[in-house]
Ligand binder design. Structure first.
Ligand SMILES: NC(=O)c1ccc[n+]([C@@H]2O[C@H](COP(=O)([O-])OP(=O)(O)OC[C@H]3O[C@@H](n4cnc5c(N)ncnc54)[C@H](OP(=O)(O)O)[C@@H]3O)[C@@H](O)[C@H]2O)c1
Length: 282
């Protein structure tokens, strides 16, 4: 069987074109939409992501400010900065970078981000709004999975979709978004016994784990669609997903590439959220 690639480039470009236009309209009316990136780590992957977000924001006419609190920032300092930015009328969107300093949980400090500015949907309130089907920002990565599937005309309604991973930032919100698309959702995790048995009955398998090459041909049924959210570094420093692409090729009907799949769409959706937040605030 041929395995089709499901790239994110074209969808990301379409989202960005719309964002750029809306950002220009906001800038002309009053001021540029503004994103605050709050950082409390010196993690290389996070540093790389911040730089790439800075560049993408600039390309799309969004002002992006890095608020670096240092690696020793306490939960109280992070909460206090997030509360301050939440009350600052010149800031439209707030994104808290992970990893956070040891002992600081995203769920704890994330609750200090006002829901209207929580453009990556990390606060417990945003997750609750999503689970209740109420308006709010879903985490951009989870939304990117659904948008990418729709863009490539992968049906979700009535299909069996298995998500591997149950984090508050990817797996759980993704399960909610998929339910909203009328998929029948199974969520697998590290305590799932016999992962291949659970995943190999699914029409669509989404891997959001953070373990290179975890998903192989034995995890999928013939013709399944495989969406790879994972971003891992291989032994040569290259970015690789959670799916062993060589193994599933020929058995899967379609597979998202890493890089060039979910990640590109994630960044575009995050910036779209900033523009949406700015439009709502005005
Ligand atoms: N492309 C993007 O834009 C983007 C954005 C965000 C994250 N990511 C990537 O997505 C991946 C997941 O991120 P995350 O923040 O959700 O990670 P996370 O918080 O570490 O969660 C990983 C999840 O995978 C599960 N898991 C771990 N080992 C497993 C195994 N052997 N079998 C089945 N499940 C297993 C864990 O189960 P337990 O709950 O039982 O521990 C957990 O639910 C990472 O590679 C991350 O870099 C990509």
């Amino acid at each position: 069987m041929d395995t089709t690639s499901l790239p994110g480039k074209e969808l990301a470009a379409a989202i960005n074109a719309d964002t750029k236009q809306r950002a220009a309209a906001l800038t002309e009316a009053r001021r540029s939409p503004r994103l605050a990136l709050v950082i409390a780590n010196d993690d290389p992957a996070s540093t790389w992501y911040v730089k790439s977000l800075n560049r993408a924001a600039e390309r799309n006419g969004i002002a992006c400010e890095n608020v670096d609190l240092g690696v020793d920032a306490t939960a109280e300092q992070i909460r206090s900065k997030l509360t301050e930015l939440s009350g600052d009328a010149s800031v439209d969107g707030i994104m808290l970078q992970t990893p956070l300093p040891k002992g600081v949980s995203l769920e704890d400090v994330g609750s200090a981000i006002a829901a209207a500015k929580d453009v990556d949907g990390v606060s417990p309130l945003s997750l609750g709004l999503l689970a209740s089907g109420l308006p709010g920002f879903p985490p951009a990565t989870s939304e990117a999975v659904v948008e990418l599937a729709k863009f490539h005309a992968i049906p979700l309604s009535g299909r069996n979709v298995t998500v591997i991973g149950r984090s508050n930032v990817v797996g759980k919100p993704l399960a909610q978004l998929l339910l909203a698309e009328n998929a029948t959702v199974t969520v697998a995790h590290s305590r799932t016994t016999d992962l291949p048995a659970v995943t190999s009955t699914a029409d669509v398998v989404v891997a959001a784990v953070g373990r290179a090459g975890l998903v192989t041909a034995e995890h999928i049924r013939q013709g399944a669609v495989v969406i790879d959210v994972g971003t891992n570094e291989d032994e040569n420093g290259n970015l690789v997903g959670d799916v062993d692409a060589a193994s599933v090729t020929g058995k899967a009907s379609a597979l998202t590439p890493v890089p060039g799949g979910v990640g590109q769409v994630t960044t575009a959706l995050l910036l779209r959220h900033v523009v949406q937040a700015a439009e709502s605030a005005r």
